[in-house]
Design a protein around this ligand. Structure first.
Ligand code: ASP
Length: 294
Protein backbone atom coordinates (compact mmCIF):
# COMPACT_ATOMS: atom_id res chain seq x y z
CA UNK A 1 0.00 0.00 0.00
CA UNK A 2 0.98 3.64 -0.38
CA UNK A 3 0.95 6.31 2.31
CA UNK A 4 0.24 9.49 0.38
CA UNK A 5 -2.01 11.61 2.59
CA UNK A 6 -3.93 11.55 5.84
CA UNK A 7 -7.21 11.08 3.97
CA UNK A 8 -5.83 7.98 2.27
CA UNK A 9 -5.51 6.27 5.68
CA UNK A 10 -8.42 4.51 7.33
CA UNK A 11 -9.06 5.00 11.04
CA UNK A 12 -7.89 1.42 11.54
CA UNK A 13 -4.58 2.09 9.77
CA UNK A 14 -3.99 5.25 11.82
CA UNK A 15 -4.65 3.32 15.03
CA UNK A 16 -2.34 0.54 13.92
CA UNK A 17 0.50 2.96 13.06
CA UNK A 18 0.18 4.75 16.40
CA UNK A 19 -0.03 1.52 18.38
CA UNK A 20 3.06 0.09 16.71
CA UNK A 21 4.88 3.41 17.05
CA UNK A 22 4.19 3.46 20.81
CA UNK A 23 5.68 -0.02 21.06
CA UNK A 24 8.79 1.05 19.16
CA UNK A 25 9.11 4.21 21.23
CA UNK A 26 8.62 2.58 24.65
CA UNK A 27 11.76 1.64 26.51
CA UNK A 28 13.71 2.80 23.49
CA UNK A 29 12.85 -0.44 21.77
CA UNK A 30 13.51 1.22 18.40
CA UNK A 31 17.22 1.40 19.21
CA UNK A 32 17.34 -2.37 19.68
CA UNK A 33 15.29 -2.81 16.53
CA UNK A 34 14.53 -6.15 14.95
CA UNK A 35 14.78 -7.89 11.61
CA UNK A 36 11.18 -7.57 10.44
CA UNK A 37 12.23 -6.03 7.14
CA UNK A 38 15.50 -7.91 6.68
CA UNK A 39 16.53 -7.95 3.04
CA UNK A 40 14.09 -5.21 2.05
CA UNK A 41 15.23 -2.23 0.01
CA UNK A 42 13.99 1.29 0.79
CA UNK A 43 14.84 4.06 -1.69
CA UNK A 44 14.96 7.62 -0.37
CA UNK A 45 14.26 10.09 -3.14
CA UNK A 46 14.51 13.62 -1.76
CA UNK A 47 14.20 16.44 -4.27
CA UNK A 48 14.01 18.96 -1.43
CA UNK A 49 16.31 19.47 1.53
CA UNK A 50 15.72 17.47 4.66
CA UNK A 51 17.48 16.56 7.89
CA UNK A 52 14.83 15.09 10.22
CA UNK A 53 12.63 13.31 7.71
CA UNK A 54 15.43 11.89 5.57
CA UNK A 55 17.53 10.69 8.47
CA UNK A 56 14.64 9.27 10.47
CA UNK A 57 13.36 7.28 7.50
CA UNK A 58 16.88 5.93 7.01
CA UNK A 59 17.21 5.19 10.73
CA UNK A 60 13.80 3.51 10.75
CA UNK A 61 14.71 1.27 7.81
CA UNK A 62 18.02 0.33 9.48
CA UNK A 63 16.32 -0.43 12.78
CA UNK A 64 13.99 -2.85 11.00
CA UNK A 65 16.82 -4.62 9.19
CA UNK A 66 16.05 -3.08 5.77
CA UNK A 67 18.61 -1.24 3.67
CA UNK A 68 17.95 2.45 3.03
CA UNK A 69 19.54 3.82 -0.14
CA UNK A 70 19.61 7.53 -0.98
CA UNK A 71 19.56 8.90 -4.50
CA UNK A 72 21.78 12.00 -4.34
CA UNK A 73 19.50 14.12 -6.51
CA UNK A 74 22.08 16.83 -7.12
CA UNK A 75 24.53 14.32 -8.63
CA UNK A 76 21.91 12.23 -10.42
CA UNK A 77 20.64 12.13 -13.99
CA UNK A 78 17.82 14.41 -12.85
CA UNK A 79 20.43 17.15 -13.28
CA UNK A 80 20.97 15.97 -16.88
CA UNK A 81 17.31 16.67 -17.56
CA UNK A 82 15.79 13.24 -17.01
CA UNK A 83 12.05 13.58 -16.57
CA UNK A 84 10.32 12.71 -13.33
CA UNK A 85 8.47 9.83 -14.97
CA UNK A 86 11.65 8.37 -16.44
CA UNK A 87 13.41 8.55 -13.08
CA UNK A 88 10.41 6.84 -11.49
CA UNK A 89 10.38 4.03 -14.05
CA UNK A 90 14.16 3.60 -13.70
CA UNK A 91 14.04 3.28 -9.93
CA UNK A 92 11.05 0.94 -10.14
CA UNK A 93 13.02 -1.37 -12.46
CA UNK A 94 15.49 -1.94 -9.59
CA UNK A 95 12.63 -3.53 -7.63
CA UNK A 96 12.76 -1.63 -4.33
CA UNK A 97 10.21 -2.56 -1.68
CA UNK A 98 9.42 1.04 -0.88
CA UNK A 99 10.23 4.53 -2.20
CA UNK A 100 10.10 7.45 0.22
CA UNK A 101 9.73 10.65 -1.75
CA UNK A 102 9.90 14.37 -0.99
CA UNK A 103 9.22 16.76 -3.85
CA UNK A 104 8.57 20.46 -4.31
CA UNK A 105 5.48 19.81 -6.43
CA UNK A 106 2.12 18.93 -4.94
CA UNK A 107 1.03 15.51 -6.13
CA UNK A 108 4.47 14.17 -7.13
CA UNK A 109 4.23 11.21 -4.69
CA UNK A 110 0.83 10.29 -6.12
CA UNK A 111 2.30 10.34 -9.64
CA UNK A 112 5.18 8.12 -8.48
CA UNK A 113 2.67 5.73 -6.94
CA UNK A 114 1.01 5.39 -10.35
CA UNK A 115 4.32 4.45 -11.96
CA UNK A 116 5.98 2.32 -9.27
CA UNK A 117 4.87 -1.14 -8.27
CA UNK A 118 6.28 -0.88 -4.74
CA UNK A 119 4.93 1.02 -1.75
CA UNK A 120 5.32 4.80 -1.93
CA UNK A 121 5.46 7.06 1.12
CA UNK A 122 4.94 10.81 0.86
CA UNK A 123 7.69 12.53 2.86
CA UNK A 124 6.34 15.98 2.01
CA UNK A 125 5.04 17.32 -1.30
CA UNK A 126 5.15 21.06 -1.92
CA UNK A 127 2.51 22.81 0.14
CA UNK A 128 0.21 19.80 0.09
CA UNK A 129 0.84 17.17 2.76
CA UNK A 130 3.39 15.67 5.10
CA UNK A 131 1.41 12.78 6.55
CA UNK A 132 4.20 11.06 8.49
CA UNK A 133 4.98 14.37 10.25
CA UNK A 134 1.37 14.57 11.45
CA UNK A 135 1.52 10.95 12.59
CA UNK A 136 4.72 11.55 14.56
CA UNK A 137 3.21 14.70 16.05
CA UNK A 138 0.24 12.60 17.18
CA UNK A 139 2.60 10.08 18.75
CA UNK A 140 4.51 12.84 20.53
CA UNK A 141 1.24 14.26 21.91
CA UNK A 142 0.14 10.81 23.04
CA UNK A 143 3.45 10.32 24.85
CA UNK A 144 3.41 13.77 26.46
CA UNK A 145 -0.26 13.99 27.50
CA UNK A 146 -1.31 10.33 27.54
CA UNK A 147 -4.18 11.32 25.23
CA UNK A 148 -4.97 13.37 22.13
CA UNK A 149 -8.73 13.49 22.60
CA UNK A 150 -9.83 16.88 23.93
CA UNK A 151 -6.48 18.67 23.48
CA UNK A 152 -6.61 22.23 22.16
CA UNK A 153 -3.83 22.62 19.61
CA UNK A 154 -2.97 26.05 18.17
CA UNK A 155 -0.99 25.78 14.91
CA UNK A 156 0.53 29.17 14.19
CA UNK A 157 2.63 30.86 11.55
CA UNK A 158 3.11 30.29 7.84
CA UNK A 159 -0.04 28.21 7.31
CA UNK A 160 -0.15 29.04 3.59
CA UNK A 161 2.99 27.09 2.76
CA UNK A 162 2.79 24.44 5.47
CA UNK A 163 2.17 20.85 4.48
CA UNK A 164 2.67 20.05 8.17
CA UNK A 165 -0.29 22.25 9.13
CA UNK A 166 -2.41 20.74 6.37
CA UNK A 167 -1.75 17.15 7.46
CA UNK A 168 -2.16 17.94 11.16
CA UNK A 169 -5.41 19.81 10.52
CA UNK A 170 -6.73 16.60 9.00
CA UNK A 171 -5.30 14.09 11.44
CA UNK A 172 -5.62 15.67 14.88
CA UNK A 173 -9.40 16.32 14.71
CA UNK A 174 -9.89 12.67 13.68
CA UNK A 175 -8.17 11.79 16.95
CA UNK A 176 -10.42 14.13 18.94
CA UNK A 177 -8.25 17.25 19.23
CA UNK A 178 -9.46 20.79 18.55
CA UNK A 179 -7.17 22.49 16.01
CA UNK A 180 -6.97 26.28 15.68
CA UNK A 181 -5.02 27.70 12.73
CA UNK A 182 -3.62 31.22 12.91
CA UNK A 183 -1.05 33.28 11.11
CA UNK A 184 -0.29 36.58 9.47
CA UNK A 185 -3.04 37.34 6.93
CA UNK A 186 -0.62 37.15 3.98
CA UNK A 187 0.51 33.69 5.14
CA UNK A 188 -2.99 32.32 5.75
CA UNK A 189 -4.93 30.60 2.95
CA UNK A 190 -8.17 32.35 1.96
CA UNK A 191 -10.34 29.44 3.13
CA UNK A 192 -8.93 29.53 6.67
CA UNK A 193 -10.89 31.87 8.99
CA UNK A 194 -8.84 34.85 10.16
CA UNK A 195 -7.72 34.30 13.74
CA UNK A 196 -4.93 36.22 15.39
CA UNK A 197 -2.11 34.27 16.97
CA UNK A 198 -3.08 35.68 20.37
CA UNK A 199 -6.66 34.43 19.93
CA UNK A 200 -5.50 30.98 18.85
CA UNK A 201 -3.12 30.59 21.77
CA UNK A 202 -5.72 31.49 24.49
CA UNK A 203 -6.04 28.45 26.74
CA UNK A 204 -4.29 26.13 24.26
CA UNK A 205 -2.71 22.94 25.60
CA UNK A 206 -0.25 22.89 22.74
CA UNK A 207 1.22 25.63 20.58
CA UNK A 208 2.74 24.33 17.37
CA UNK A 209 4.79 26.98 15.61
CA UNK A 210 5.57 26.81 11.88
CA UNK A 211 8.66 27.93 10.06
CA UNK A 212 8.40 30.93 7.77
CA UNK A 213 9.10 29.17 4.46
CA UNK A 214 11.12 31.83 2.72
CA UNK A 215 12.00 29.46 -0.10
CA UNK A 216 8.31 29.38 -1.07
CA UNK A 217 7.56 33.08 -0.62
CA UNK A 218 7.01 34.88 -3.89
CA UNK A 219 7.80 38.21 -2.30
CA UNK A 220 10.11 39.02 0.55
CA UNK A 221 8.24 39.55 3.79
CA UNK A 222 10.10 42.80 4.15
CA UNK A 223 10.25 42.45 7.91
CA UNK A 224 12.87 44.20 9.94
CA UNK A 225 14.92 42.01 12.33
CA UNK A 226 12.72 41.08 15.29
CA UNK A 227 9.52 42.34 13.70
CA UNK A 228 8.03 38.95 12.84
CA UNK A 229 8.79 37.63 16.33
CA UNK A 230 7.18 40.63 18.00
CA UNK A 231 4.06 40.54 15.84
CA UNK A 232 3.49 36.85 15.18
CA UNK A 233 6.15 34.75 16.92
CA UNK A 234 6.02 32.73 20.10
CA UNK A 235 7.58 34.72 22.91
CA UNK A 236 7.49 34.03 26.64
CA UNK A 237 4.86 36.76 27.06
CA UNK A 238 2.61 35.43 24.35
CA UNK A 239 2.91 31.87 25.66
CA UNK A 240 1.57 33.08 29.03
CA UNK A 241 -1.91 33.21 27.41
CA UNK A 242 -1.88 29.45 26.80
CA UNK A 243 -2.88 26.82 29.37
CA UNK A 244 -0.53 26.80 32.40
CA UNK A 245 1.20 23.55 31.39
CA UNK A 246 1.07 24.21 27.65
CA UNK A 247 3.64 22.39 25.53
CA UNK A 248 5.44 23.73 22.49
CA UNK A 249 5.94 21.98 19.18
CA UNK A 250 7.73 22.86 15.95
CA UNK A 251 8.38 20.48 13.03
CA UNK A 252 11.81 22.02 12.43
CA UNK A 253 13.99 23.43 11.17
CA UNK A 254 13.56 26.41 13.47
CA UNK A 255 14.16 30.00 12.42
CA UNK A 256 15.42 31.05 15.83
CA UNK A 257 13.99 34.33 17.04
CA UNK A 258 11.82 34.65 13.96
CA UNK A 259 8.78 32.44 14.63
CA UNK A 260 10.01 31.26 18.03
CA UNK A 261 12.12 32.88 20.73
CA UNK A 262 15.19 31.02 21.99
CA UNK A 263 13.88 30.79 25.57
CA UNK A 264 10.71 29.11 24.33
CA UNK A 265 12.35 26.73 21.85
CA UNK A 266 14.90 25.64 24.45
CA UNK A 267 12.55 25.45 27.45
CA UNK A 268 13.36 21.99 28.86
CA UNK A 269 9.96 21.58 30.53
CA UNK A 270 7.70 22.72 27.74
CA UNK A 271 9.45 22.20 24.42
CA UNK A 272 8.53 18.95 22.67
CA UNK A 273 10.76 19.66 19.69
CA UNK A 274 13.31 16.90 20.31
CA UNK A 275 10.57 14.53 21.47
CA UNK A 276 9.00 15.06 18.04
CA UNK A 277 12.29 14.07 16.41
CA UNK A 278 12.60 10.95 18.54
CA UNK A 279 8.97 10.03 17.89
CA UNK A 280 9.75 10.37 14.19
CA UNK A 281 11.93 7.28 14.08
CA UNK A 282 9.37 5.11 15.90
CA UNK A 283 6.54 6.43 13.74
CA UNK A 284 8.40 5.84 10.50
CA UNK A 285 9.26 2.31 11.60
CA UNK A 286 5.53 1.73 12.07
CA UNK A 287 4.79 3.28 8.65
CA UNK A 288 7.41 1.17 6.88
CA UNK A 289 6.03 -1.96 8.54
CA UNK A 290 2.51 -1.11 7.44
CA UNK A 291 3.23 -0.25 3.81
CA UNK A 292 5.52 -3.20 3.18
CA UNK A 293 3.33 -5.78 4.94
CA UNK A 294 2.44 -8.59 2.59
N1 ASP B 1 10.37 20.03 7.83
C1 ASP B 1 8.99 20.40 7.56
C2 ASP B 1 8.67 20.17 6.11
O1 ASP B 1 9.49 19.68 5.37
C3 ASP B 1 8.66 21.78 8.00
C4 ASP B 1 9.47 22.88 7.38
O2 ASP B 1 10.30 22.65 6.50
O3 ASP B 1 9.23 24.01 7.79
O4 ASP B 1 7.57 20.49 5.71
Amino acid sequence: MDLLSIDSLTDGQITRILERAVIWFDENRAARGDETLKGRLVFNLFYENSTRTAMSFAAAAHRLGASPVFLPVEQSSIKKGETFDDTARTLNAMRPDCIVIRHRENGAPARLAELAECAVINAGDGTNEHPTQALLDALALQIRFGRIDGLKVAICGDIRHSRVARSNAKLLPRLGAEVRLAGPRSLTPDDVPALSIDEAIQGADVVMMLRVQRERLEEELGDAPGEYLARYGLTVDRLAQAAPEAAIMHPGPINRNVEIADEVADDPERSMILLQVEAGVATRMACLELVTAV
